[in-house]
Design a protein around this ligand. Structure first.
Ligand code: UT7
Length: 332
């Protein structure tokens, strides 16, 4: 039963998941061959050893963030057995929207053929989905919404510098979505969001548009080692904080779904939490780093494969440009 607005027992719960990957899948070898044609040297061995990535998907040139998002959203709606017309909030986490404005969320709303409900984007780079889920949970608990679509969707291939081997081998395109509904029993148990703008420069796309011209550089720049060090530290801290907030311990966690950027960071997080590696959900090998899409993509794949089941306790953790980080602990 759906509780009434502002009820003290009003919570939010994920009732369906969906995801979508564009069909063009590139293995490391295929990408390395393409890069070699432009004089950029890399190898499957380097990429696997340093990151755990074996393949990624790239969207076709005419496919946008909202195109991927709407495919994932339709699958999540179907899984939740929810009609698009009853959705009363759409949030898209993305750093690669179709346009500067309007938001990708407004385009998703239009493509779903629904009108009137609030729709907006959240931009927190690779922490975007954790941010968006927290915002949707808050809006549901206060009664501002009852059935939300929360989507992470990215076409990072559009902002990659294919002459920079230190970044272009790491990222991929894709989308993941959840339907989050008001519920008497808690699904989302606790969340923690953080940012530290002192680290703006270590992961950024330092360009903008002004007077019809691109100002600065519109391609991704990353100081990989600086990001690595910060990520390992904050993911450990935020995992402890969100568990403490919910009154749980790591022994209560059935599955850890960290942002899928680098297998070494992910395994280090699991080890620090004393979680067996079997509880770590890994899709970075097949998807690469899909930024805000990586967590909902990994969640949906694990639900559909039967690995994650209803009732399981899941810890989601995001970390990325800003510097931003956050975690959501939930019962599915
Ligand atoms: O999504 C937001 C979160 N992002 C992340 O979490 C990314 C965090 N950072 C990382 O995952 C890692 O720092 C990287 C995967 C980006 C890099 O791994 P690393 O172990 O830190 O390598 P490195 O930057 O220290 O580079 C080692 C060597 C260098 O050569 P020299 O100077 O030792 O001769 C690089 O030039 O590897 C070289 N290198 C490559 N070689 C082949 C860098 N990129 C490549 C490449 N192929 N693609």
């Amino acid at each position: 039963m759906t509780p009434t607005s502002n009820s003290p027992t009003r919570h939010s719960r994920i009732t369906g998941t969906g995801s979508y990957l564009p069909p063009n899948r590139l293995t490391n070898d295929a990408l390395a061959a393409q890069l070699a044609a432009d004089g950029v040297e890399t190898s499957d061995q380097w990429i696997v050893e340093r990151t755990g990535i074996r393949a990624r998907h790239f969207a076709a040139a005419d496919v946008t963030c909202s195109d991927l998002a709407v495919q994932a959203a339709r699958r999540a709606l179907e899984a939740a057995d929810v009609d698009a017309a009853s959705i009363d909030l759409i949030i898209v986490a993305t750093s690669t929207p179709d346009m500067i404005f309007p938001s990708a969320a407004c385009m998703v709303q239009q493509k779903l053929g629904i009108h009137g409900c609030p729709a907006f984007d959240v931009q927190a780079v690779c922490s975007g989905f954790v941010y968006a889920l927290t915002v949707a949970d808050s809006m549901i608990r206060t009664g501002a919404a009852s059935k939300a679509l929360v989507i992470g969707s990215e076409v990072f291939s559009r902002i990659l510098d294919f002459k920079d081997r230190t970044t272009c081998v790491l990222f991929g395109d894709g989308a993941g979505a959840v339907v989050l509904e008001a519920s008497e029993t808690p699904g989302i148990l606790a969340s923690e969001l953080h940012a530290d703008g002192r680290h703006v420069g270590i992961l950024c796309v330092p360009g903008t548009v002004s007077g019809g011209n691109v100002l600065g550089d519109p391609l991704l720049k990353m100081d990989g080692q600086a990001v690595f060090k910060l990520a390992v530290g904050v993911l450990d801290e935020v995992a402890r904080a969100v568990l403490a907030k919910a009154g749980r311990t790591s022994a209560d966690v059935d599955w850890l779904i960290p942002h899928q950027a680098n297998i070494r960071i992910m395994q280090s997080t699991a080890k620090k939490m004393k979680l067996p590696l079997e509880k770590l959900i890994v899709t970075v090998d097949q998807h690469g780093n899909t930024s805000a899409a990586s967590i909902p993509l990994a969640l949906d794949e694990s639900v559909r494969s039967g690995k994650i089941a209803r009732g399981d306790t899941i810890l989601l953790e995001g970390v990325g440009g800003g510097f931003t980080w956050g975690a959501v602990l939930l019962d599915l």
